[in-house]
Design a protein around this ligand. Structure first.
Ligand code: DX5
Ligand code: ZN
Length: 216
């Protein structure tokens, strides 16, 4: 069954708690929390204090934290303490991937690894057995509302085939430009977790958008 992780990057931050409650009530499985540092990506979003407040307001939600930051290892403990349920970082970051996965697990959190559009799916394979989630970016990370890059589909197929061959069942997540048209293509390629920002929080009928994407 396909799960949905709405990206709060597209939410109205003045009404963040309320909008998150709305999408969760409509059936969203988790909340996607995009952290950007202005270095790893050319944009700055939000960080630890916002997660802390959201977690306090909605303690039962699952927080799917996506770190688009230069040195994720340095921030693992702070995000876990603030309420992260799963921390995904980038293979292209400066932190050692194996060490960062271990640190996330040692802190009692699920660990995910993400690749940008220019990184081949094969780069993830050495870490596959240690991951709870693999995130394939279908846009260059940094901004919401971009166009889906179809190159992500072949990567999803490769990763799904490799997980099946090894008997692994991590979340296979896709992020960027996912909507009612591209979502089904991702699911057909093997994704089981869709991130959607504009296609959920950008809509007047957020609950309807969640139900539509969940039904894919
Ligand atoms: C992009 C972020 C995404 C973004 C997706 O760097 O990682 O999570 O919010 O936004 P949409 O769904 O609008 O492409
Ligand atoms: Zn994201």
């Amino acid at each position: 069954m396909t799960q949905l992780s709405p990206s709060i990057l597209a939410a109205d931050f003045a009404r963040l708690g309320e909008e998150c409650r709305q999408v969760l009530d409509a059936g969203a499985d988790m909340l996607h929390f995009d952290v950007m540092d202005g270095c790893f990506v050319p944009n700055i979003s939000f960080g630890v204090p916002v997660l802390q407040s959201l977690h306090k307001a909605l303690p039962d939600a699952f927080y799917d934290v996506h770190l688009m930051i230069r040195r994720p290892l340095d921030y693992v403990d702070a995000f876990v303490k603030a309420g992260a349920s799963c921390i995904t970082f980038h293979l292209e970051s400066e932190s050692d991937a194996g060490e960062t996965i271990d640190a996330i697990h040692a802190a009692g959190c699920k660990a995910g690894l993400s690749i940008k559009p220019g990184t081949p799916a094969e780069a993830v394979l050495p870490f596959l057995d240690r991951l709870d989630l693999i995130l394939v970016m279908s846009v260059e990370p940094g901004f919401g509302g971009q166009k889906f890059m179809p190159g992500a589909l072949d990567k999803l197929k490769t990763l799904r085939a490799e997980c099946d061959a090894r008997g692994l069942s991590p979340w296979l997540e896709v992020d960027g430009g996912v909507d009612a048209v591209t979502g089904p293509q991702c699911v057909a390629a093997g994704a089981n977790l869709l991130v959607a920002g504009s296609a959920v929080f950008g809509k007047a009928d957020m609950a309807g958008a969640v139900r539509g994407l969940k039904g894919l």
